[in-house]
Design a protein around this ligand. Sequence first.
Ligand code: ARG
Ligand code: ZN
Length: 898
Amino acid sequence: MSTAMDEIVTKDTPKEIFLKDYKPTDYAFERVELKFVLDEDRTIVKSIINVVPRSETSNPPLVLDGRDLKLLSVKINGEVVKSNNLSLTSRHLTLSTPPSSPFTLEVDTELHPEKNLSLEGLYKSGGNFCTQCEAEGFRKITFFQDRPDVMAIFTTTIEADKTKYPVLLSNGNLIDHGDLEDGKHFAVWEDPFKKPSYLFALVAGQLESREDTFTTCSGRLVHLRIWTPAQDIPKTAHAMRSLKSAMKWDEDVFGLEYDLDLFNIVAVPDFNMGAMENKSLNIFNSKLVLASPETATDADYSSILGVIGHEYFHNWTGNRVTCRNWFQLSLKEGLTVFRDQEFSSDMGSRPVKRISDVLRLRLSQFAEDAGPMAHPVRPHSYIKMDNFYTVTVYEKGAEVVRMYQTLLGKQGFRKGMDLYFERHDGQAVACEDFFAAMRDANEADMSSFLLWYSQAGTPLLTVTTAYNPDTRCFTLKCRQEIPPTPGQPLKEPMLIPLAVGLLNSKGHDMPLSDVLDGELPLSLTDASGQAVTTAILRVEKAEQEFTFVNIPEKPVASLLRNFSAPVRLLQPDITDDDLLFLLAHDSDEFNRWEAAQIMGRKLMLNLIEQLQQGGKLSVDSAYIEGLRSILCDPLLDKEFVTKAITLPAESELVDLMTVADPDAIHTVRRFLIRAIASSLRKELEYAVEENRSLEPYDPNHSSMARRALKNTALAYLASLDQPEATELALQEYRTATNMTEQFAALVAIAQNPGEARTSALSDFYEQWKHEFLVVNKWLALQAVSDIPNNVENVRQLLDHPAFDIRNPNKVYALIGGFCGSVVNLHAKDGSGYKFLADVVLKLDKLNPQVASRLVTAFSRWRRFDDGRQALAKEQLERIAKVEGLSDNVYEIASKSLV
Ligand code: ARG
Ligand code: ZN
């Protein structure tokens, strides 16, 4: 049979898929029974599906997706389907005349997980079997209508050697298990909830678990298990704590309770992404589960908390209510990112979390929105869906969700969520359905808000202000403009919530009772009739004026408080004095930080101009004095201080220049860091002294904040490259009792080439070479380094025993790390571009998803000078024309060249 099948295989080419072409399937799948016979050489998958035609009068062809599968047999109602009623291509299996009444479809396939390096479908990691199906990986397991609007009840039987694979897991409840002949055993899992194929999961291997329980608000006892190889179990304590906090938080904040008696998490070392929310069997990249004080940093602890929360929260936002098609991805991802951000805020410091999230948005998403891959939160088309798991869909999507909350209030938002679940539990829906639930629950008028889903590009919001002492009116003139993006030359104005506070000369918030939107009076009182101190203005027109009345003195305006919308705010008439005033007094902590950032950006851009004109660099003391007062304020949160004294990143400057000059940006930033370090030396030394760890490691906010401040101060001091400062960093390195401080000291030392750097790096490797997650930090640190001509070092690290191109974490650490170095990636001689292209082409043959993530580092190529543009273009063209290139890399490379 298989030979006959092989003969009818024809090749077909990748297609662009469009949102406007969406149609529901002609056939529903009600129940799916899968049986896996796992084996080292070949795995057999038998699938039995109850198929129900949606129409009783016609029987159009049934098209199943399938890739890299060997078809063994197809039966309908127990009868073998003749080959003239079948057609098989490299992407589809089509049954030309299926019955027009419900029938049973049986398909047997053979696959080779041990050869699957794409880490999509069924594959082996660390000797164990695991799966990754989102977005379109299930079609690498069996022939199926592999799309999220096909929801079915799954039962999964797994058969495998008992010694090699003692643990057999799938979704739902374990309903049967036992021994078989020849040393084999089996397990049967049934998931009572309907789900799309992308939420299917299977794990088989030698794993142990940490066990715990959680009792839900209605009294259900849930067994929690986190699975890893035996030696890693001690490192799962933080993940388990995070899971229990997340379960409690979702009950408290959204009234959402877990719905099964068992919740499993498995950590695997080879994973393309962070983690996956498969129903009741979440699979995680081990770097987002495993942590101990000695091996993980505070940043790792925070990411674990956030991602464990994220995947857990998907149980309601993603699984119980899922996406109708992949264009709606942000329906679940934007919403779930928003939920994990709120969760982390409640577990730590809200303003600090907000600052980190906005930084990520501005550094990555604003850049994406300004480049050749710009796409709306809901894309209009794609070639490979994997390429659209982007910061736009995730982080900008989360900002869109946050804007509902800003406009409707926390309670109004909760009402909208409740209505969303009431209407759509068990369904596959679209972004409009979420919008409609929010609107209807609040009887709100917000039609121009929907444009946030369809228009790409970061809106530019320009606000000018005027105070009239005679009328005691303060006026804001707003103008919004959305830049053109690929395929979208013209844009409509959107509803932008602009949060505004007005500070009096003492630095206190003025009560804001009345404002006019043009001529229209708006009431600004809160629920209890009190005047508010932050007004949420609805900017909806291209140009719009708001007037605050009864303003007794000229205020300093604090605009876009808490970053109330994902826009670039321009305030042409704001002065340095205003910024220093806001930095010192604003009640909105986000805007205090922002004031320092705006000053930092302005200062750096000025210095770059000075440098380009051959001038000597000098720093304005007001800025440094502003930083000094922040650093010396004992009342401020120490992590907030850390963020406030950290300069805008080099890549942020790249986006702000007409022609980006990486060398000048780098020189200026280093210069400014050193200028700050020498002016504030005493204060920085004090910050190191004062914030040394006294107690054993604890990942609570106040301890993390102490370490953050100490580490930042140490990095400033070590930047001076003076013997005393280097000695201080070395001493911190030697005496550190946790990875957060040890690694931060290493980073501080590694800023300057030389003997101290070389020997600290080799010492660190010797100490940690058996801990693969720590070794990845060591790779990343060297890769991202901005020491001159680093490309050669990175090329050599490709051959280091610590590197393995088949492991995504190592690729992200080394190659992804390298792409984070603006000076070296954009080296004038093009060596960075050439290196990146070499790796992409090698990797594309193994793992297209990871290769294509790396190609996105090219996408900003047009922001640079002609010489660099030509060199980058040459490499992109070299990639795009390779024969047999994956669809993933093809899509990014070709779109980047347009
Ligand atoms: N849904 C996963 C999450 O929690 C990510 C899956 C990514 N899959 C992919 N092919 N890119 O965000
Ligand atoms: Zn997600």
